[in-house]
Design a protein around this ligand. Structure first.
Ligand code: FAD
Length: 296
């Protein structure tokens, strides 16, 4: 169960309360860190169930993730979830990072395989002495210390999954290894998310699956991110935003309105909560909350 201050996510959900969570990434420099802390401070009053911080592909950003999540644990009322990937790490290194999280007061991790250097669809080669799949990291983290572990899920299936059913079985394997909830990639359609719920339930997945929301404020940027992840922005979404191609303010307003509609549709489809990809800024999330009539 996700560990933190007050009630757990599962308790909140069981009480009929929706879960809200926010994702950040490790900033590159002092200016970025200032921006991140501004976003954290502005979003803290919404009392999210947790906030998570991504884990980079390599280099110093990885230490930053542990440092930032530790600072969130120490200096705010928020419950941090630290991401961790298998990329480039031996099992011993992964254990040492889990210990660093525990020492920093971070009791929740999002266990991921991570992507090959050449992108999500490139062939995956595990690091020598490391782990092959996220399910193994879930097991490692569950056994080491007292972590509550979350995992990734994919509304249209992972791009290199053999089939959608196989994708659902991978999620089940992560649940069986000890995962307590999952967060999805960027969702653009409530039907896609409903499909994930249906496929997952059919194979026995019963952990909460939180849909990931990324409001489109810059069509080119989000299109690139979506394409990299293997699932392009749907034509219907693109068609609504294209008229604002040369009108950034109009595009922003429409992007927020669409995200708010999507949130409502996801909750109607049975989502136990909403996970917002914030890009280390709070304004868009606050605007969506305002459109949903959620206040601090
Ligand atoms: P896995 O569950 O291991 O799956 C990876 C692939 O292997 C899939 O195709 C799956 O079908 C296949 N597979 C799994 N188990 C088996 C098996 N036993 N036998 C055969 N095939 C198998 N990346 C980062 O680098 N840093 C982050 O912080 C980060 N955060 C993320 C947060 C979320 C919410 C999401 C959705 C993704 C995030 N990612 C992050 C990206 C993620 O690392 C990639 O999508 C990666 O390709 C898959 O990771 P996974 O944990 O789902 O891997």
């Amino acid at each position: 169960m996700i560990q933190g201050r007050g009630r757990s996510m599962r308790q909140r959900i069981e009480d009929g309360e929706r879960s809200f969570s926010f994702e950040f990434f490790p900033p590159k420099d002092a200016e970025g860190e200032e921006q991140l802390w501004r976003a954290i401070t502005e979003l803290e009053p919404y009392d999210p169930t947790f906030v998570s911080v991504t884990y980079g592909a390599g280099g110093s950003s990885r230490d930053t993730t542990v440092r930032i999540t530790g600072r969130i644990a120490r200096e705010t009322s928020l419950v941090p979830v630290g991401h961790l990937t298998c990329v480039g790490h031996t099992r011993d290194e992964l254990e040492a990072i889990l210990d660093s999280y525990a020492e920093a007061g971070v009791a929740n991790v999002l266990a991921l395989r991570g992507d090959p250097e050449d992108g999500p669809r490139a062939d995956w080669t595990p690091t020598e002495g490391g782990l092959s799949y996220a399910s193994e990291l879930v097991e490692l983290a569950s056994r080491r210390g007292d972590f509550a572990v979350a995992v990734a899920a994919f509304s249209l299936g992972h791009p290199s999954a053999a089939s959608l059913e196989e994708d659902a079985r991978v999620l089940l394997a992560k649940q069986q290894a000890g995962a307590e909830f999952a967060i999805t990639d960027m969702v653009f359609s409530a039907d896609d998310y409903a499909g994930l719920l249906e496929r997952s339930a059919a194979v026995g997945v019963d952990i909460p699956l939180l849909p990931g929301i990324m409001p489109i404020l810059n069509l080119r940027q989000v299109s690139r991110m979506a394409e990299l992840s293997g699932h392009p922005v749907p034509d219907a979404v693109r068609a609504r935003l294209t008229p604002y191609e040369h009108d950034p303010a109009g595009l922003r307003a429409e992007g927020i309105a669409m995200a708010a509609e999507l949130c409502e549709a996801l909750l109607d489809a049975g989502a136990p909560g909403l996970h917002f990809y914030t890009l280390n800024r709070s304004r868009a999330t606050r605007e969506i909350f305002s459109a949903l009539r959620i206040s601090v």
